[in-house]
Structures are given as C-alpha cells and as structure tokens.
Design a protein around this ligand. Structure first.
Ligand code: SAH
Length: 268
C-alpha cells in the first residue's frame, strides 16, 4: 500500500501528491462535476471509467475524479482502519474515527458540499432517476466499504445516503461506485456528444429499449426485420415503440404496471 494520500484524475483535477495528510486539506478541486471516492483501493480508479467516452470526458475535464485513500487516515504505525465488531461476530468493521476523518478531508477539498453516498447492499436500489439527479448536481462523494462495512455512527452522524447496486453482496464498494459513476457521468452534457441519445434508451422513459440490428442484412439466415430496411421513419418509430412496450410487459411486469398506474393518475 502506498503512502500517497490521494489520487486525482482528469485535466482539471489536482495532481496526485505525496504530501502529508495535514497539507492535503489545503488542496482544492476544480469547479467541474466532481466524483470523490473514499476507498482502501485508490489504484482501482479510474479503472474502467478511464476508458471510452467516460475516459475521454475525464481527460477533457468535463468531470474530475478524486480518489481518496482511506489508509493514511488509519490509526497508529500500521494505519489500522478496521477493528472487530462490537458485540462479537465474524469479520471486521471500518472504524468511525478513521472514516470520519476521511470524510472531513474530502469535504475540505471539494468546492462545494457534495451528496455523501455509502455504497451498500442495504441501500436504496440505484436507478436511472438517481443517476439523472446526481448528474444535474455538482458531483458526489462515494464511500466504499470493505469487510463487514462501516461503523453505523459515522453513517448516522453525516446523514449518509446508502445506495445499492442490487440484491447481492460484493466484497467492496469500488465496483458499485464505478457503476454508479459510469451511469451518472454519461448523463453530464457533452460526455456522450451526439453519438448516443439517452432519451430513448432503457429506463429513461419507464420502458426497456427495442431490439437493435446492424449489418449484415442477412446473418446465418436471419434477416433484419423488414420495416427497419423500409426507410419509412413513421413505421420504424411505430415498430420500435411497439417492441419496446412488448418487451417491457414480458420482461418487467413491475415497470409495465408502474407505467399503467402513472397513466391512470394522469387522466383524472
Ligand atoms: N456486511 C454487509 C456487507 C458488507 S460487503 C451486509 O451484510 O450488509 C462489503 C462492502 O461492499 C460494503 O460495505 C459495501 O460498501 C460494498 N457492497 C457490497 N454489496 C454491495 C451492493 N450490492 N451495492 C453496493 N455496495 C455493496
């Protein structure tokens, strides 16, 4: 584990530094959409976010990433960050004082107060709507747990929101944080350019997207649906909408029902 207290990525972000912890608090981040990630594994960032469109946007300074290493905030010579659970039981818990100090340092570095989110299987399931509202704000500070998680007092003290990637347990919050950031950052204006539309894709309008096809026109005896080759934009839109509805109804009756309920509310 390196002694580097933090790692920043993106053109406008401050450089990774070897400064001691006390000096770190003087550093300020640039005024663009900011992802702060408090983690024991800062080297896991930007990870996949450094690739493709999110990576280009990071390099271009459309957003910045501030990976904050939890280790230097640890206690004693060995910088211990965890201890055994009060009341007994298996595993280790991240200490409230250690996580609290990292949160304070993160807040000092940010230009403005960012929503603080703990990636957690107990959290509110992360959705496209959450991604949209985060993308419209100044950024987010994500806390990645490890072991059995984080001391409850730090979550209560800071009023931390818990967000879950899904109903399963990961080893740590880092993969969840990258998923949340990927879904969010691609909604920041300019990140996708004109290359992709976010309006018609799955989950943005309460529906799943229609099937997509490309060349060759015939593959292994399977042709592309005729309507898509017709050049008739009205018919194509109708077909896509129908497929989108059928797919949602079949695969996600919960989403379909929510849509029907919303329609009845609309019509008084
Ligand atoms: N003992 C905890 C699980 C800890 S898993 C429990 O039963 O609730 C270790 C860390 O991985 C967690 O602190 C959290 O940050 C992360 N994690 C695990 N599953 C996750 C999920 N579904 N979504 C988001 N983060 C998750």
């Amino acid at each position: 584990m390196s002694d580097t207290p933090s790692k920043s990525h993106g053109r406008k972000a401050i450089r990774p530094s070897l400064k001691p912890r006390a000096l770190m608090e003087d550093e300020q981040l640039a005024n663009v959409w900011t992802a702060q990630v408090i983690t024991l594994f800062p080297d896991a960032f930007p990870g996949v976010l450094g690739q493709s469109l999110t990576g280009k946007a990071l390099k271009d300074g459309l957003w910045q990433l501030d990976a904050i290493d939890l280790r230097p905030f640890g206690i004693g010579k060995h910088r211990n960050v965890d201890d055994t659970p009060a009341g007994g039981g298996a595993g280790m818990v991240l200490r409230a004082d250690v996580v609290g100090a990292a949160i304070e340092a993160a807040r000092q570095r940010a230009q403005t107060r960012l929503p603080l989110i703990y990636m957690s299987p107990r959290g509110k399931p992360f959705t496209q709507n959450m991604a949209k509202s985060l993308a419209a704000g100044p950024g987010a500070t994500l806390l990645c747990g490890r072991f059995e998680g984080v001391d409850q007092r730090v979550l209560d003290h800071y009023g931390v929101v818990e967000a879950s990637l899904g109903d399963y347990v990961l080893t740590g919050g880092e993969i969840a944080a990258q998923a949340l950031l990927d879904a969010t950052v691609r909604l920041i204006p300019g990140v996708l350019g004109n290359a992709q539309s976010t309006e018609e894709e799955s989950h943005s309008n309460g529906l799943l997207e229609h099937p997509q096809y490309t060349k060759p026109a015939d593959w292994e005896g399977h042709p592309i649906p005729e309507v898509l080759m017709s050049g008739h934009h009205g018919e194509i839109a109708k077909w896509r909408s129908k497929m989108s509805q059928e797919l949602t109804q079949a695969r996600r009756p919960d989403m379909w029902q929510a849509l029907q309920n919303a329609k009845t509310v609309d019509k008084p």
